[in-house]
Write a protein that binds this ligand. Structure first.
Ligand code: NDP
Length: 280
């Protein structure tokens, strides 16, 4: 690979979505159905949900958005999820995060049927992921692996370091990289000598949420650098990686915006189609 390739998640996501649309069209019959539950009126969540709706429409997936007031009780939300679980026209269900403080995101994740859990947060899917079984797995990490494979990045035998251990990105990505035979380290805010650990990485993933936290000194020359972070700043969207100084020495890098971000929705659609094909 040429020095400092910029991995365009945007371009790849478009290709994935186009392929899904073709596949849905080819298979025919009842279209895939995705239900998105949104509680309250968080402005960022509203934007994400409308992006998901639009992407579904373009791919030929029927989407339904269930909007609930921010004061809705957890019990009422669980009843709503139960009715979506029973609905045979719905293949995938997700509940947009964050949820109001009086609702437990873990309880909600466990209430969605594992076979409709397109976010991959249900404990059964988490267990399947770590056991190396098939299931529905979190969209952002699945997208990152697919982008790396599509870009011919060597994962087998690579030393991979992930900074950030969330249930949404860091932990599931560790499991997926392990499946691909990488040797994985999961770093966090208590990691001693983070810089030294990162400098050993052939694949470095930043999922911290701190603008330009990963500096040039953290990088092994030639490494693949995947920037998951998205922070809204006065300069616009900024990633976790100091792109301008890191890009010249790494082998490949994802930009922000246009890198990992677009993969999430593309692989949400992919999970929905996977669930639909199983139901069909
Ligand atoms: P969380 O906020 O849940 O977790 C952040 C992680 O970073 C934690 O594990 C934390 O460690 C670690 N961390 C914080 N400070 C340091 C430090 N100084 N040194 C080392 N580790 C540190 O992260 P998310 O995974 O939810 O999100 C991370 C970023 O990715 C955010 O910017 C988010 O917006 C973005 N994101 C982007 C997505 C996309 O579609 N592109 C999807 C999901 C997230 P500890 O556990 O010890 O607290």
């Amino acid at each position: 690979m040429a020095e400092s390739s910029v991995l365009s998640g945007r371009k790849f996501a478009k290709e994935v979505r186009r392929n899904l649309a073709e596949e849905i069209n080819r298979i025919g019959g009842r279209p895939p159905g995705l239900a998105v539950v949104i509680v309250g009126d968080d402005p960022a969540s509203r934007v994400y949900v409308s992006m998901k709706e639009k992407a579904c429409g373009k791919a030929g997936i029927d989407s339904v958005v269930v909007r609930l007031d921010g004061s809705v009780s957890q019990q009422k939300l669980l009843l709503q999820i139960d009715s979506l679980n029973q609905d045979t026209s719905v293949d995938g269900i997700l509940c947009q995060l964050p949820l109001p403080g009086h609702i437990s995101a873990d309880t909600v994740a466990s209430a969605i049927l594992p076979e409709k859990d397109v976010d991959g947060f249900h404990p059964e899917n988490v267990g399947r992921l770590w056991r190396g079984e098939d299931g529905l797995f979190p969209c952002t990490p699945v997208g990152i692996i697919a982008l790396m494979k599509h870009s011919n990045i060597d994962i087998d035998g690579a030393d991979a370091v992930i900074v950030g251990r969330s249930n949404i990105v860091g932990k599931p990505l560790a499991a997926l990289l392990l499946r691909e035979n990488a040797t994985v380290s999961l770093a966090h805010s208590h990691t001693s000598d983070l810089e030294g650990l990162c400098r050993k990485a052939d694949i470095l993933v930043a999922a911290v949420g701190r603008p330009r936290f990963i500096k040039r000194e953290f990088i092994k020359p030639g490494a693949t650098v995947i920037d998951v972070g998205i922070s809204r700043t006065d300069e616009g969207l900024v990633g976790d990686v100091d792109f301008d100084n890191v890009a010249p020495i790494c082998g490949a890098i994802t930009p922000v915006p246009g890198g990992v971000g677009p993969l999430t929705i593309a692989f949400l659609l992919s999970n929905t189609v996977k669930a639909w094909k199983r139901n069909n």
